[in-house]
Design a binder for this molecule. Structure first.
Ligand code: A2P
Length: 293
């Protein structure tokens, strides 16, 4: 699947409910407050990004919201994603969490809201029910028009299969760690078969893959940077990349991925790359703070 149907970052994937989502987004994980996130969001929008990804736990929802307003872009021109944190599991708490994020972001709707991490067996024997209760809150807020699309993050197939058993509305997205050296390709393919769009967090392994010599020589072959190779790799896998950079030039560079095409052979090489840049985060074995109730 080398060819992509996109020629620019504002071209869209269509989610299973018909909502359009710009095919490349700007990530804000680990982008600090104190004006940094606000400025980055303004710069990203000026560079042409129309899709911004944040999360309650990043602590920067307020600055993401103020950055969008400061940029002068119409709210309706920006696709805004945020995520539900693990401490807010359950129906009522989820409804309250939606209100908190709306308030933080200073908006009256969220384009895409994701369960940040699944509840898993290791946390509770009732993990399936806990995720289902949280999901009912998602469905309520979705039906009330507070959220345009709902999904999950860091779910393995078994978690999503369990959720779907109870769901009225199927998740539209699963956001996963995805980059050369850690593609979770089996999970990505399963999502594609289910009609769930995969998004890539840390499409360049939080920067860890950028110095790899094999990747550097592959990128040089196409006359691009390793970052651009990684972003393009995600797109050619039908995965929506969410690169992040606090630097204006690099933000712009990461969007210039529509004028080259990675060959089938090189895609295969990238798919089978040895483990590199893996964060260590797994749903069943994530750090305690990600799994805490
Ligand atoms: P910086 O913010 O200084 O640009 P990921 O998106 O996989 O999490 O990777 C983000 C990391 O990669 C950040 O440390 C970022 O640093 C760095 N980065 C992002 N884009 C580029 C680029 N085009 N060239 C070099 N480093 C980059």
């Amino acid at each position: 699947m080398s060819k992509i149907p996109f020629t620019k970052a504002t071209d869209c994937f269509t989610l299973s409910n018909g909502v359009k989502i710009p095919c490349l987004g700007y990530g804000t994980w680990q982008t600090p407050n104190g004006g940094v996130t606000e400025k980055c969001v303004v710069n990203a929008i000026n560079a042409g990004y129309r899709h911004i990804d944040t999360a309650f736990i990043y602590g920067n929802e307020q600055e993401v919201g103020s950055g969008i307003r400061l940029s002068g872009a119409a709210r309706s021109d920006i696709f805004l994603t945020t995520k539900h944190w693990v401490t807010e599991r359950g129906y009522e708490k989820t409804l309250a969490a939606v209100e908190t994020s709306l308030k933080n972001l200073g908006t009256d709707y969220i384009d895409l809201y994701l369960i940040h991490w699944p509840c898993v067996q290791k946390i509770s024997e009732d993990w399936e029910k806990i995720n289902a209760d949280t999901w009912r809150g998602f469905e309520r807020a979705y039906k009330d028009g507070k959220i345009r699309a709902i999904g999950v993050s860091n779910f393995q197939k078994k978690h999503i299969d369990a959720l779907i058993k109870y769901a009225e509305v199927k998740p539209m997205v699963n956001q996963l760690e995805f980059h050369p050296g850690y593609t979770q390709l089996e999970n990505v393919r399963a999502m594609q078969e289910m009609g769930v769009l995969t998004e890539a967090w840390s499409p360049m392994g939080s920067g860890a893959v950028l110095k790899d010599e094999r990747l550097a020589s592959l990128a040089a072959k196409y006359g691009v940077s390793v970052s651009q190779l990684c972003v393009r790799f995600a797109l050619q896998e039908n995965v929506l990349p969410l690169p992040k950079s606090t630097n204006e030039n690099r933000m712009a560079q990461n969007m210039k991925v529509f004028d080259f095409e990675i060959s089938e052979e090189d895609i295969s090489e990238l798919e089978s790359f040895p483990l590199l840049g893996f964060s260590g985060f797994m749903p069943e074995d994530a750090p305690a703070d990600a799994l805490a109730e």
